[in-house]
Design a protein around this ligand. Sequence first.
Ligand SMILES: Cc1cc2nc3c(=O)[nH]c(=O)nc-3n(C[C@H](O)[C@H](O)[C@H](O)COP(=O)(O)OP(=O)(O)OC[C@H]3O[C@@H](n4cnc5c(N)ncnc54)[C@H](O)[C@@H]3O)c2cc1C
Length: 608
Amino acid sequence: MSSSTTLPPPPIKSPHFSLWASPLSPLANFQSSSSLPSSADVVIIGSGFSGASVAYHLLVDPSSSTSSSYYHQNPSLTSSPNKKPRVVMLEARQTCSGASGRNGGHLHPSFTYGAATWATDDDATRNQHLAKIAFDAKNYSTLAALIAQNNIASAQSIFTDGPNNSPSSSLAAGWAVYDTPQEFAQACAVVSAYIQASPEPDHPPIRIYSRDEARKRTGLTNIAGALHCPATPLCGYSLVSWLLMECITKGNLQLHSNTPVRAVTRETPEAVGRDKPLEYVIKTSRGPIKTPVIIFATNAYTGNLVSKSTVSPKAYLDSIKQSVSPEVFARGSSAIVIPPSSQVTVKDYFSSARNVLSSTSSSMQGPAASLNNNPMHIDVEIETRLRTEIYPVRGQVAHYQAPHILTSQHLTAVRPTGVPKLSLVWNDEYLAVVPQRSGDAQGQVDIVFGGCRRFGASKQVGLTDDNSLSNVVSWTLDDYFATRIGVPLQSSEDPVEAMAGSFTRTLVLDDSKEANGSVATTTAVKVQEWTGIMGFTRDERPCVGSLIEDEEEAQAGPRVLVIGGFGGHGMPRIFLSAKALVHRYLRKVDDTEEANSWPLWFPSEYIN
Ligand SMILES: Cc1cc2nc3c(=O)[nH]c(=O)nc-3n(C[C@H](O)[C@H](O)[C@H](O)COP(=O)(O)OP(=O)(O)OC[C@H]3O[C@@H](n4cnc5c(N)ncnc54)[C@H](O)[C@@H]3O)c2cc1C
């Protein structure tokens, strides 16, 4: 069966600038050659953390045998002299301009998967949660070692206190804090089970602090408890740039930014000749490229390329189109919109969308209309299957700058000496303190604070415009920053005016004390704000694996793989998910007995 569909055309062409992309990577607009090669052994679509991690494990990772013994049944397809696969990466916009280059900047493993239902879960379910926790922790340790061993300066500057520190001494810890005693108790139950199951973890110990101690140590006055756990701010943009540079210099990766994929089709035996292996034809803005192996590392946009087999791509598309946020899309439009309620759930979102779809036909106007005119839509003419839909959800992040004294005073978790850094999460909010990236202002730090999307229209579900902001979320972030972090906000701004879009609010701290006890007035200033598009799944698990039914796969023909749907929690899951994907599908088939199997450490729940 062939499905051909015109989908909403994300990614949009020009996303808003993010802090992490400053300075811009030399790979931002990189194209390995002036014209696309006509063929490749593997084509990766998407240059975020997922795509870069797959490329790295395929081409460079010394612990993976694939870099020298690439899978494929037909050796003639591996035409490069050193037997490394010829890998081409296609990116619609600038390199790493998706979620990976515009996120909240936390490598913050979760040690509390399944907390809400832990008390009633059976042993098998609890073990699945523990497997996911162990996987997060393994990603953390692996990335820590990678960054330290390779002296990845741009990432290391916020990961460690100095270039020569060993990973174990320099690993930062962070905080997960809880609002209510019930949430804290649930978290403690899971983390205690993990500690018991992993008596000698290869990461710093997790410490549990009950209310008073947690308040004292974090400086947060209204929390019920906290976990001090392995976590760190990390610039995903820098890490991805480093991974890609390694792939280009050591693995001859062909990177082509600003090259949107527009269509994916499969050759027919009639067209090619019955005795020739079939390949896919990927049509891009710069011409076609043929390959036997495609990897969709397209995150939030994956749902625009492939869809769960039980839901037609058309219905999926229309649900996204019709359920867009009223705040962003409704002006002047006849489109029916979901009320901007913080109560809208994903289920409501999908069902409302379908109801609307059956009762209304309308065209989008405003920003959506201009997106519609964008030619970056995809025709997929191959049958594919996702375990569950991946759908776009927009997150928003604000960047404040503050004197170091401010964070030291109010976030006592910041190290008293050395480079300040902090990773703090609670509810859906996340706050990172990092040394000022520009490095030109003594004693200043950058504070990146994100979340609060539940206050935005329809929880920002379905939005793919990362060049605009939700003013409601923007204002709520400011308010939370002031009230939750405890920095007094001296602002006469009316919230309504603030929501009109000023980025120059000043948060004034008038009670901070210098080391000598004198009182100083210091301020935090909001510098900029941006949005990014996350890829969520209905079952809240990533989709990693094959997009083709097993029977087809058994014929060892062309391969269509996916890695995506990491939601707002990709940094502690993606790197080793990519390694598992490469191990499972792209190793040379006769390598070891383990070939063609998933590594034991990979959570089976994530398999597509
Ligand atoms: C605002 C925000 C805050 C976040 N904060 C955190 C955090 O603090 N910690 C954490 O762990 N996770 C966080 N996340 C989630 C994390 O950033 C993601 O899980 C991760 O970056 C996903 O990486 P990816 O490579 O799968 O996707 P992306 O980085 O989105 O990469 C996908 C790429 O595919 C490209 N693409 C799509 N369609 C096409 C096409 N047709 N042709 C060519 N290219 C295409 C896109 O342009 C994009 O560059 C956050 C996400 C957002 C948006």
